[in-house]
Design a protein around this ligand. Structure first.
Ligand code: GTP
Ligand code: MG
Ligand code: ZN
Length: 415
């Protein structure tokens, strides 16, 4: 019998075992297979992206200055299952541009050139703004053209991404989202005020200033009209990678925290709930990520997220998410006026999701226990169990203590 937290007991029975050698390393086949698969997939993705970029640089005029930005969960080490889905932004630098918001929340913009000739002039609309749909169509055509010669690579539809399905022999099928982005190297729009500023009390003002020097990206997005949506994926990646109030958080010389693991669990829970209820399809990983970023700004110390406190920290993060859902308000971390639960999310589905999460939380997460639902479910519960067990060792002798941390370290590294 173990407790997740909040005094609710839950007994779990599992069929999967994870084996460790005497030095605490994984010895079962799952580990070896997973790592090999991971590096194989990553290398296929690298080759494909390189091929596309070479084509853009050599054979096109408007995309010849393209850079790549690896975003999304794979590159943030936040993936919750097989390395089968990758996100890469191919960005085109733009200079001497006038970025004008439209609407009153600051998430969508139009982009106009100021003066002179530009390589993107051919995408100009009558009002002198760059047509997002025109540029995306051309980008998609170029991607299609150059992947034609790659065996097992297919182009699927998708917006704003061009999604490639890579079906190599002997590897898992990979979905690669190539997102077109404009890279803007000027100061952030005023709508971002009060957004990232919140990290002052978590990561410090120096880190905030460094991030704000980085510029930002715009990705094509249809929003009732042709538009560009602002993106800070590079900043998300940077602050999630260096997420400690102490520089050494989660480094070999520092203490281990559970921030990223809490996010993985939340994404996993959301995924299972979505699979159960198609009406929840509008909720996505970005809601989970944003909830974590806000949570990091309210519980700012590494000691608030101790690895051994995974259970309570996860519970607290769920309560945060429920709060956002009940209020129908989850501000975009970078643009406070942009409510991610606004347009497209009706109140009813927000309330329903909040209720379902509360139910799961109060009943010891029955959804994690359903057999054969998802390999990860079993693993998740195992990990929670192990960590709770490890907590029980906390009062033990020194050797047991180091075993405990070693064990948590390995589990958190692995998943
Ligand atoms: N601004 C903004 N960025 C988004 C939104 N959705 C996704 N992104 C960005 O695009 C990246 C990739 O999106 P996803 O593939 O949906 O999410 P992910 O973080 O990779 O998570 P999974 O793929 O579900 O594991 C995210 O990490 C975000 O940086 C959104 O609604 N608004
Ligand atoms: Mg992704
Ligand atoms: Zn950490």
């Amino acid at each position: 019998m173990t407790q997740v937290s909040g005094g609710r007991a839950c007994a779990f029975v599992y069929s999967v075992s994870i084996a460790f050698d005497t030095r605490g390393r994984r010895t079962d086949s799952v580990c070896g297979k997973g790592s090999k698969q991971k590096s194989e997939s990553a290398s296929i993705v690298n080759d494909t992206v390189k091929h596309i970029m070479d084509h853009m640089k050599k054979c096109t005029e408007c995309f010849k200055d393209v850079n790549d930005l690896r975003t999304g969960s794979y590159y943030e080490n936040l993936k919750i299952s097989n390395p089968d889905e990758f996100d890469v932004m191919l960005t085109v630098p733009v200079e001497r541009v006038d970025i004008r918001p439209f609407g009153d929340v600051g998430a969508f913009y139009s982009v106009a050139f100021k003066r002179g000739k530009h390589s993107l002039d051919r995408f100009l609309c009558e009002d002198n703004t760059i047509s997002a749909s025109g540029m995306l169509t051309e980008f998609r055509n170029e991607v299609k053209k150059c992947v034609k010669i790659l065996k097992g690579v297919y182009v699927c539809s998708g917006c704003p991404a061009v999604t490639l399905l890579i079906n190599g022999t002997g590897t898992v099928p990979i979905s690669l989202d190539i997102v077109l982005g404009l890279e803007v190297r000027s100061s952030w729009p005023t709508f971002t005020q009060g957004g990232i500023d919140k990290i002052d009390i978590w990561l410090g003002t120096k880190v905030k200033k460094e991030q704000k020097l980085k510029g930002y990206y715009l990705v094509p997005k249809y929003e009732g009209k042709d538009a560009w949506r602002i993106s800070f994926s590079h900043v998300e990646k940077s602050i999630l990678t260096n997420h400690g109030s102490q520089k050494t958080c989660c480094e070999a010389s520092g203490t281990r925290c559970c921030r990223k693991f809490c996010l993985k669990l939340l994404k996993h829970l959301l995924g299972l709930l979505k699979a159960e209820n198609p009406s929840l399809s509008k909720f996505c990983s970005y809601h989970a990520k944003t909830t974590l970023l806000h949570a990091c700004c309210s519980r700012t110390q590494d000691s608030d997220w101790e690895a051994a406190q995974l259970g309570p920290c996860f519970q607290q993060l769920l309560e945060d998410f429920e709060g956002h859902l009940k209020d129908g308000m989850l501000p975009n971390f970078f643009i406070p006026k942009h409510n991610l639960l606004g347009s497209g999310h009706d109140r009813k589905s927000c309330q329903f999701l909040a209720r379902r999460i509360e139910e799961e939380r109060n009943n010891g997460f029955p959804i994690f226990r359903k057999p054969n639902r998802h390999k990860w479910s079993t693993v998740v519960v195992l990990i929670m169990l192990s960590i709770l067990k490890a907590k029980a060792w906390a009062g033990g002798i020194e050797e047991q203590r180091s075993r405990k941390f070693n064990f948590i370290q390995i589990l958190l590294d692995e998943f």
